[in-house]
Design a protein around this ligand. Structure first.
Ligand code: ADP
Length: 438
C-alpha cells in the first residue's frame, strides 16, 4: 500500500499517466451521471464497481510505469557510461542488430550512429569496404591472426590482428547484456586498440635485439681470449694473474648469459624462436645439464642428485635444445638460490591417467615468499632477497622457461616454503598430439 502511494507521488506528473487521469475524469462524470439518472441502489453499485475497477487499474498501471521508468534510468545510465568510455564500444542483440554505439566507435569505424542503429551485421559483410571492419570486430574469429583468447566464458577477451582494411591489433572484451528476467538480450563489446602500443613494443624489442647482437660478438671474443690465457698456453701465470683471469671469465659468462636471455626473449615475443621438434631423450638432457653445472655446484658444496624414473621412459617429441634450456634455468636457480651444502634433486614422474610426464627440480634454498610466487614467471621479476643477495641474473629465466613449456603444451608451477626450499615442476606431453600447432 505504502509503495502504491510512493509510486503515485513519484509518477503523478508522468506523461504516460495522462490517459489514466483522463479516464479518472470520465469515470467521475459517469458516477455523477449515475447518481442523477439511475435509481438507488443500482447507481451506487455501479459506482462502487467503477471505483474498484479504477483502483485495480491504478495499481497495475503504476507498477508498470515504475518498472518502465527504472529500466529507462538503467538504460540511460548505461548509455551515459558507454558514451563516456574513450574506447570504441558497441552493443547488439543476439541477432546482431546494433542497438548502441558510442562516439569513439563511430570514429573508429568511420560510420555514423544514425546509419548504424538497427543495422544487422553478418559475417558476409567482412569483405565489404564500408562494414568490413565492424563485421570483423563482431565476428573476431574471422581475423587472420588470433593472438590471445581467454578461456573464461564471460567477459570474454580476445586479442586479434587484422590486415584489412588497415593493419590493426585490438583486444575485444565482450560481456553479455542480460534482461530483467535473466535472459541474454545481447552483447556489449569494448574495443581496445593496441596497434600503437604494439608498434612501440616492437621498436623496444628491436632495439634490445640489436644491442644484444652487437654485444654478443665482442663478449664471445673476450671470453675466448680469457679461456686461452687461463689454459696457460701463452705462458705461465702468477697466482694473482690467474685469479684475475678467473674473475674475468666468470663476469664474461654472466654477461653472455644475460645477452642470450635478452635475445631469446625478444625472439619468443616476436614469434621468431623457431621451435624445432624432434624425438629426444629427456634423461640424457638432464645428465648433460648436471655435467655442465657440476663445477658450479661444487663451489658451494651443493649436491646434484638425479632420481631416475622408476618407469620406462622412451624418447618423445620435444624441442631438445629448448627443453635443455628450461632444465638449465631451473638447475641454475636451484644452485644460485640454495644454501651452502644444500641439495638439488631432479625427479621424473608420470602424470596419472594422462600422456604427460612431470619433471621436478627441488632445492633446499631460502624458498620464495607467498607474495612473490604470483609474479615469479613474469618478465624481469627478481625477488627482494635475490636483489639483496647480489646473485647474477636479470629475471628473464623463468619467463623464458614458461614460454617454452607453454609452446610444448605443458605447464610449469612452483611449490615453496620460506626457509625450506622450492620445488619447480613442469609437465610435458609424451604424445605429440598434445603439442599445440602454433
Ligand atoms: P634470475 O635468476 O635471472 O633473477 P629467473 O627468472 O630465473 O631470473 O628467476 C626470477 C626470480 O625468482 C629470481 O630472481 C629469484 O628471486 C626467484 N627464484 C627463482 N628460482 C628460485 C629458487 N629456486 N629459489 C628461490 N628463489 C628463486
Amino acid at each position: 500500500m505504502f509503495k502504491f502511494f510512493q509510486n503515485l507521488k513519484k509518477h503523478s506528473s508522468s506523461p504516460q499517466l495522462l490517459p489514466f487521469w483522463f479516464l479518472g475524469g470520465l469515470i467521475i462524470a459517469q458516477m455523477v451521471f449515475n447518481v442523477l439518472w439511475i435509481i438507488w441502489p443500482l447507481n451506487w453499485l455501479i459506482n462502487i464497481a467503477l471505483i474498484i475497477f479504477y483502483l485495480v487499474m491504478a495499481v497495475v498501471l503504476l507498477g508498470a510505469v515504475d518498472r518502465a521508468s527504472r529500466l529507462d534510468l538503467e538504460r540511460n545510465q548505461i548509455n551515459a557510461m558507454i558514451s563516456s568510455i574513450n574506447d570504441p564500444a558497441i552493443s547488439y542483440t543476439e541477432n546482431f542488430e546494433i542497438i548502441l554505439v558510442n562516439k569513439a566507435m563511430e570514429k573508429f569505424i568511420g560510420i555514423s550512429k544514425k546509419e548504424l542503429l538497427g543495422k544487422n551485421i553478418t559475417p558476409e559483410l567482412s569483405n565489404d569496404a564500408r562494414y568490413g571492419l565492424l563485421s570483423k570486430l563482431i565476428f573476431p574469429s574471422l581475423a587472420p591472426v588470433v593472438l590471445e583468447k581467454s578461456v573464461d566464458l564471460y567477459p570474454e577477451k580476445i586479442k586479434v590482428k587484422f590486415y584489412q582494411p588497415k593493419e590493426l591489433i585490438v583486444e575485444i572484451i565482450t560481456t553479455k547484456v542480460i534482461d530483467e528476467k535473466g535472459k541474454t538480450y545481447g552483447f556489449l563489446r569494448i574495443i581496445h586498440d593496441l596497434t600503437q602500443e604494439e608498434v612501440l613494443r616492437k621498436t623496444q624489442s628491436d632495439f634490445v635485439t640489436i644491442v644484444a647482437h652487437q654485444l654478443r660478438t665482442p663478449l664471445s671474443g673476450l671470453s675466448w681470449i680469457l679461456e686461452i690465457l687461463a689454459k696457460k698456453d701463452m705462458g705461465s701465470l702468477t697466482l694473482e694473474q690467474e685469479k684475475l683471469i678467473d674473475d674475468g671469465r666468470k663476469a664474461m659468462q654472466e654477461s653472455l648469459k644475460t645477452v642470450e636471455d635478452l635475445l631469446n626473449v625478444a625472439q619468443i615475443e616476436e614469434g621468431r624462436f623457431g621451435f624445432q621438434f624432434s624425438m629426444a631423450n629427456v634423461e640424457k638432457i638432464i645428465e648433460n645439464v648436471f655435467i655442465k653445472f657440476e663445477p658450479v655446484a661444487k663451489m658451494d658444496d651443493i649436491k646434484l642428485v638425479f632420481h631416475r624414473p622408476e618407469f620406462q621412459l622412451k624418447p618423445f617429441v620435444m624441442d631438445p635444445l629448448r627443453i635443455k634450456l628450461v632444465v638449465e634455468i631451473l638447475v641454475d636457480n636451484a644452485i644460485k638460490y640454495n644454501v651452502k651444502n644444500g641439495d638439488v634433486r631432479i625427479r621424473i614422474n608420470p602424470l596419472e591417467g594422462k600422456p604427460f610426464i612431470l619433471i621436478s627440480v627441488e632445492d633446499t634454498g631460502a624458498g620464495i615468499s607467498r607474495e612473490d610466487l604470483s609474479r615469479l614467471f613474469t618478465k624481469f621479476f627478481r625477488s627482494k632477497a635475490a636483489l639483496k643477495g647480489q646473485t647474477s641474473g636479470i629475471g628473464l629465466g623463468l619467463y623464458l622457461a614458461k614460454n617454452i613449456i607453454d609452446r610444448h603444451g605443458g605447464k610449469i608451477w612452483v611449490k615453496s616454503a620460506l626457509g625450506r626450499g622450492s620445488i619447480f615442476t613442469f609437465s610435458l606431453p609424451i604424445d605429440p598430439d598434445y603439442i599445440p600447432s602454433q
